[in-house]
Write a new protein. Structure first.
Lengths: 510, 510
């Protein structure tokens, strides 16, 4: 039996159920071996950035690693941006990157490059399998590391994959699972009206959010979720928890009175970008910092211990009903967009949010919608939304996935639509077409450049020519329609949710 | 004056005329400074892989570096694959990669990663500008290195870009230009019927090809061009020179009688991939190797010296006329495709060839077409053709560019069509739609897997659903039509060549 086959059979035994693939010649033996592991679903993507983004969406929803199959350094390069987002989300993923045969590397053939160098910045774990004897163990280490810490990269030379060598006997994989609940005592002492309780983690459960609400109510503390959480379950009263604003000046204003920062699975809040004269570290200088749980660790248990010690009373459930559907036939603005989304969101939906400027109000507006999960752009690397939705839909075939997608960002990985059509995934893709990289206009002002130069006006514009997302979607096999009023948008959303398979709604913004 | 502005003004003085940009917040000051350097044309690309591929096409045609503007590590990652091709082609390019402000890096904001690590495998030169005082000199070093050796990467922290600090006085840039003509004596001794003269270099001139033909005729040597040359000028008798075959077994058979390999700007020929039982180093074991000019150096002068010493007589020019247009209304096959291309190619065209399996015969068939340049996939990283054509058309606005593009490869960077529409570039995009990653079917057989598994059949297929390239092109603003017969293809090519601006022809292959 070939080593590639042993590897995939082992992965199947370990619970791996999906492989997002864009293979090439160096991955042929892995492709050939897939038939021997029928419980792993191969999903073809037209571009590696779709494969890695889909693996991210899949991993966030299942907390189990999917495989990606990537073709040497350039294939990994194409997948880098969405692995960066996954690395920041600490999503379990095992990337199998094909490499030239060990004995051919010294010949420096055209596709050779330093794969490990590219992989290191986005890998919580990284190894090259130099022998078939060790491959199975390396694969086990990769899966364990992915579950524990996030994206793992296993570089697999072709001759190792096709080798018939027997593997070495298995050594048990050390279990390094940890769940920090340190810092509870200090947090109890510190909690009060000038305390920030900042929530993060690989996935933020509805319970964790509800407990944070209880703690905030009992102590007067400010409970917030980090700006770009990997995944938040919104269900019950905890759904109303707000996220720390993206704009550093707004975030700093929100935190102006804070004297103590309690980090519950979140990193210390910093500006997304430094800009002249803008704040960098977002809590006031001198604020005390207490780590309740390390960044990336789910804080539910620690929050529960904290609430118990505080004897924080349960809150009365007073879930408001979702807002009414807007019935306007005027133009769509960020507020009416948010109302449409919130008023129509189906029960147990998964929202993949890369809506950038246009979708600013969607999150808060949906607090009163039926229960759902919300996934965000954790690493700031755009081109994530459509792949993320694709992977989430593979993970959760019985749930509706809503991709809220800015036009400029959609165009990085628009090929994801084809995989949605091919696999008939229940994804509603909402493209917010304002014909611009609108966020860059905003950022340029924030950078202190108050008049847009000719070059800037040109480089931030997507209207010359206008991009027809409906035509592109149809080219990839996804039915599409264009809407320009809140009324039409709400109706289009409801039609899309009611029909199986993917669809695209192009929302024309003024 | 800001450092970013000084940098761009210097680049303009040094002859830089184009900037392929996909900017983000960390590049705002570079964008703002572009107005101060009006001789640099900003060209917006919807994806970084388009920007880097376009810079490659531009640099191959002008031998002058264009700039790319890329957004931190993920933006560079998106551009990596086509920088890999450019690195292998040694194309002059200066990539300006924005980075977080120097004083913000330690805060590890969401978009932070090790940019230099990603850049190193595709950079002939790499620096991070740590101070505005040195930025101008670093920029000069980057431009000089790009001209000399290939892609240069300058990582530019945002606060360095926006600094008002005066630069240090200029130091002269050392001129390291070299043109090797060593090895002429040994080559003269070795040339004979069992000698391979293998041509390569950054650009292979018509003269170099013609001289190689003369040498081959005088000595009985086998003159070939490397498998994937960066650029070949085909004009006169030298246009008939063949390229070393891609398939390693065919290449090895071609070279079976060779006892001496003379490398004239080419690297020693090796297999693209190692496969079980297939040859790796393509000349027979024990063959003597003589380096006439180092890999990547244009061999024209050394070939001329060689021909002079050999007193190789001039060849009679006997340029055959191009083949007649095929007039069949049957299906299009690789041979009739090649005839259509060869019969209609306009004078002085630029062919960007990423046609993979379907376009196998196009190069040889076009030997008798009017003079043209032929650019190939130097690094094997697919998704190059449409961006390459885009950049070549910016470089040479008065020439027709023909992109010969495989369907699977086209889908990696299909967004290039939009830049072609926006800039109204004279590009004819021919998409060869066989509904498959056909090359992978071939490679799997070559890898010794003779029956395609279910997973392989599925992962190599692009017909479920069929991709409508005409719809996608129209979505990006490029007029398109579909053809299925040689007759219709020839007519469509002629119509496209006669009309200004871009168009797309979707060629349906059985």
């Amino acid at each position: 039996m070939k080593a590639a086959q042993r590897l995939l059979e082992m992965a199947a035994r370990e619970g791996v159920r999906a492989c997002f693939a864009n293979p090439g010649t160096s991955e042929m033996h892995l492709v050939a071996a897939l038939d021997a592991a029928p419980s792993i679903r191969p999903v073809l993507c037209l571009f590696e950035g779709v494969a890695t983004g889909a693996a991210d969406g899949y991993g966030r929803m299942t907390q189990t690693p999917a495989l990606t199959l990537l073709h040497l350094g350039p294939g990994l390069g194409n997948g880098f941006a969405n692995l960066h987002n996954a690395y920041r989300a600490r999503t379990p993923i095992v990337s199998l990157v094909g490499e030239h045969a060990t004995y051919h590397r010294a010949n420096n053939p055209p596709l050779a490059s330093d794969i490990a160098a590219i992989a290191r910045p986005v890998s919580a774990w990284l190894e090259t399998a130099e022998t078939a004897r060790d491959l199975l163990h390396a694969g086990r280490r990769a899966i364990a590391a992915a579950r524990r810490a996030g994206p793992a990269t296993l570089i697999l030379p072709a001759d190792v994959a096709w080798s018939d060598d027997e593997p070495e006997p298995a050594a048990p994989t050390p279990d390094e699972e940890h769940q920090g609940i340190a810092g509870v005592e200090s947090a109890v002492q510190a909690l009060g009206p000038r305390t920030l309780l900042l929530l993060g983690g690989r996935q933020l459960s509805a319970e964790a959010c509800a407990i944070a609400q209880r703690i905030a109510a009992a102590t007067g503390a400010l409970a917030l979720i980090e700006t770009f959480p990997a995944r938040v379950r919104r269900e019950g009263g905890g759904a109303e928890l707000k996220r720390l604003p993206y704009l550093s000046e707004m975030a700093a204003a929100t935190l102006a009175q804070v004297e103590t920062v309690i980090l519950a699975g979140a990193a210390y809040p910093v500006a997304f970008f430094a800009l002249p004269g803008r704040p960098l570290r977002l809590a006031p200088k001198g604020a005390q910092v207490i780590e309740l749980t390390p960044a990336g660790v789910n804080p539910e248990m620690a929050l529960l211990a904290l609430a118990d010690q505080l004897k924080a009373p349960a809150l009365r459930s007073h879930r408001p009903s979702p807002p009414p559907k807007p019935n306007s036939d005027g133009a769509i603005d960020p507020m009416s967009l948010a109302q449409c989304i919130a008023a129509t969101l189906p029960d147990n939906a998964i929202v993949c949010d890369e809506s950038n400027t246009a979708g600013l109000f969607c999150y808060d507006a949906s607090a009163s919608s039926p229960s759902h999960d919300w996934l965000t752009l954790t690493g700031g690397s755009i081109g994530q939304g459509l792949p993320l939705a694709t992977g989430a839909a593979i993970a959760c075939p019985d749930r509706r996935v809503l991709a809220l997608e800015a036009d400029g960002s959609a165009l990085y990985t628009i090929q994801a639509l084809w995989t949605q059509a091919r696999e008939q995934l229940n994804v509603t893709n909402v493209i917010l077409n304002n014909g611009a990289y609108a966020i860059l206009r905003l950022e340029m002002m924030r950078a202190g450049v108050n008049t847009l130069s000719d070059a800037a006006n040109s480089l931030f514009d997507l209207r010359n020519p206008a991009i027809d997302f409906c035509a592109i979607a149809q080219g990839f096999g996804v039915p599409a329609q264009r809407v320009a009023t809140p009324q039409a948008l709400a109706a289009a959303l409801e039609r899309s949710y009611a029909a199986a398979g993917p669809s695209l709604i192009e929302v024309m913004l003024p």
